[in-house]
Design a protein around this ligand. Structure first.
Ligand SMILES: Cc1cc2nc3c(=O)[nH]c(=O)nc-3n(C[C@H](O)[C@H](O)[C@H](O)COP(=O)(O)O)c2cc1C
Ligand code: SF4
Length: 424
């Protein structure tokens, strides 16, 4: 079982593992579905959106898009049908935050999903769960059935004219299917490939209807914002980055698990809270925000994990993944591993990504085998820049991030591989 820690007052993990996740009575006694009752009996949908906008909640799936604005875009669309799609694909290596929410607090996610539906005028929600998250699927199924039994889902919720249904979709298990439009294709029973944007899902999403696609952690914030109010939410975190953030910690670190902490802590502090680098070794670098994120060098970790501070180094908290690399890690091995992952996960729809990932892997192999040249490093940089500019979706655009940055930040190590090889 994945362990977790809470630093300060939690928003998301408040009742996780304190209350049986499938005991709806106990969950309701602890306040679950109170925000839903308040919203649909006391607030208009536009007031719910206004409260979410005021909270400055930003999406926790990676891109950090303002949630209230996304809801507003979908709410404005005139349509007989709208959807809420919950992105529980969680394909990013080293990421397990959404899994803990779905396993340990399924009613929190269900309440957040219904609130999103009420806000945008949808009557249907689909929770897409990565297919190998068996326990999460079982607990969500039971929680959804219990919510129907208590009239919290289905027709005329709390005696109002608002009705909402939720179903579960098992994800395809491919990394690209976490991309919002590939996810929609997958739900429609098609091959999970990204769509051209615009139109964006709030305008034309599932089956061509207005749809909000939101990350599990994002929606899990909504019950707090509605029940406690945006002002309370704004008390958490720092200017421009409010609320708490879940961080999945793994790699060469003493304690591996999930931490919920208000925005504002530095990467260094988070690592220290987890007992530091494993075995007392020195830190080499941190992979922040997943393997498509940022390589933060040992001398850069005194940076707050918030949208503004990280923006300065062209990074972001992403999905909140922190993979620690100790001093013994070979940067070429690390990047080879990452690029092999992307080569396998490239969906093949566009050439910059499908061919680029193969070329990058081949160049890394050549360098590792001792056949590389300094010219190969330049080729890696050129291909990486080309992929960023020309790939069709975020997968190809971000796949070379860590590799490219590793050459900027650990050039000596790459040069040692090249110069120590047969062509050096
Ligand atoms: C290749 C790729 C994979 C992605 N995987 C996920 C994922 O597993 N979960 C997720 O929530 N968002 C993922 N995203 C981001 C989604 O496209 C989308 O931005 C997100 O679900 C929106 O939710 P939010 O606004 O609540 O963050 C991925 C994006 C890309 C490009
Ligand atoms: S960038 Fe990669 S994953 Fe995205 S569409 Fe192109 S081939 Fe597919």
């Amino acid at each position: 079982m994945i362990d977790f820690k809470v630093i300060g007052e939690p928003i998301i993990l408040k009742n996780a593992r304190k209350i049986c996740p499938n005991d709806i009575e106990k969950c309701m006694e602890a306040g679950r579905y109170g925000a839903l009752r308040k919203a649909i009996t006391e607030m208009k949908p536009e007031e719910v959106i206004e409260e979410i906008k005021r909270s400055q909640l930003r999406g926790r799936g990676g891109a950090g898009f303002p949630t209230g604005l996304k809801f507003e875009l979908a709410a404005k669309e005139k349509s007989d049908k709208k959807y809420v799609v919950v992105n529980g694909e969680e394909g990013e290596p080293g990421t397990f935050k959404d899994r803990i929410i779905m396993e340990d607090s399924p009613h929190l996610l269900i309440e957040g999903t219904i609130l999103a539906g009420y806000a945008i005028g949808a009557d249907e929600g689909i929770i897409c769960v990565r297919c190998d998250y068996i326990k999460a699927i079982e607990r969500l199924e039971k929680a959804i059935a219990d919510a129907y039994d208590r009239g919290l889902l289905g027709k005329n919720i709390f005696g109002t004219d608002f009705s909402f249904d939720i179903t579960i979709e098992r994800g395809a298990g491919a990394y690209v299917c976490g991309e919002e439009t590939a996810l929609l294709e997958m739900i429609e029973g098609k091959r999970g490939e990204p769509r051209k944007k615009p139109p964006f899902p709030p305008q034309k999403g599932l089956y061509g209807k207005p749809t909000v696609v939101n990350n599990v952690e994002t929606l899990a914030n909504l019950p707090f914002i509605i029940s406690e109010g945006a002002d309370r939410f704004l008390e958490f975190g720092i200017e421009g980055s409010h609320g708490t953030k879940l961080f999945s910690l793994s790699g060469d670190i003493e304690w591996k698990g999930l931490i919920e902490i208000p925005f504002g802590a530095t990467i260094k502090e988070i690592i220290e809270l987890a007992g530091g680098v494993k075995g007392g070794k020195k830190l080499k670098a941190v992979i922040l925000g997943g393997v498509s994120g940022t390589l933060v060098r040992y001398d850069e970790v005194d940076i707050s994990v918030d949208y503004h501070s990280l923006g300065v180094i062209e990074a972001g908290p992403g999905c909140g993944t922190i993979i620690v690399l100790d001093e013994t890690r070979d940067i070429v091995d690390v990047t080879e591993n990452i690029m092999e992952f992307f080569r396998t996960e490239s969906c093949g729809k566009c050439r910059p990504c499908s061919l680029g990932t193969v070329s990058l892997c081949n160049l890394i192999h050549r360098i590792k085998e001792g056949n590389g040249t300094e010219e190969d490093l330049k080729k890696i940089e050129k291909i990486s820049i080309g992929m960023r500019k020309a790939s069709f979706c975020g997968l190809g655009q971000t796949a070379p991030n860590i590799l490219y940055q590793s050459i900027q930040k650990f050039r000596d190590e790459w040069l040692a591989h090249v110069r120590g090889g047969k062509n050096g």
